[in-house]
Design a protein around this ligand. Structure first.
Ligand code: MG
Length: 161
């Protein structure tokens, strides 16, 4: 078994959709980025790549490459799951935390878990998503952005022994 950690942060800006954990969340602002800026799925993807020592999403999906412009987090996470499989690993479990002042994410957590589980071909009980605010402190607390932390474990598939 191997452990991975991922972290991501994106600015909240007007004129963008707020997509977190693959869920389109009604809000007056959205996360800014070259892709859909799904901060949670990016952190999860980086945790998985990290666990397999396969680099990070910046190296696999560089924002200088127009092929990845606007790529959905679910697409990106699915591709990362494929890279892991090629390397001889599968996801064992995920535990992630999203930091966002507003809006409340709790009502959307069940769908986020289901989406992540489907991307990674694991049961929903192998995927934990938690949400917290930044207690009004610092940039995150002023609502200037969102961040996400993710940890995962992966195991070798039979192919790897
Ligand atoms: Mg990102």
């Amino acid at each position: 078994m191997r452990i991975g950690f991922g972290y991501d942060v994106h600015r909240l800006v007007a004129g963008r959709s707020l997509v977190i954990g693959g869920v389109d969340i009604p809000f007056e602002k959205g996360l800014d980025g070259h892709s859909d800026a799904d901060v949670l799925l990016h952190a999860v993807a980086d945790a998985l790549l990290g666990a397999a020592a396969l680099g990070d999403i910046g190296t696999h999906f560089p924002d200088t490459d127009e092929r990845w412009a606007g790529i959905a987090g679910v697409d990106l996470l699915g591709r990362v799951a494929g890279k892991l499989l090629e390397a001889g690993y599968r996801t064992h479990n995920i535990d992630a935390t999203v930091v966002l002042e507003r809006p409340r994410l709790q009502p959307h957590v069940p769908r986020m878990r289901a989406i992540i589980a489907r991307c990674l071909s694991v049961d929903e009980d192998a995927v934990s998503v938690k949400a917290t605010t930044h207690e009004k402190m610092d940039a995150m607390g002023r609502g200037e952005g969102a961040s996400a932390f993710a940890m995962c474990t992966i195991v070798a598939t039979d192919r790897n022994g």
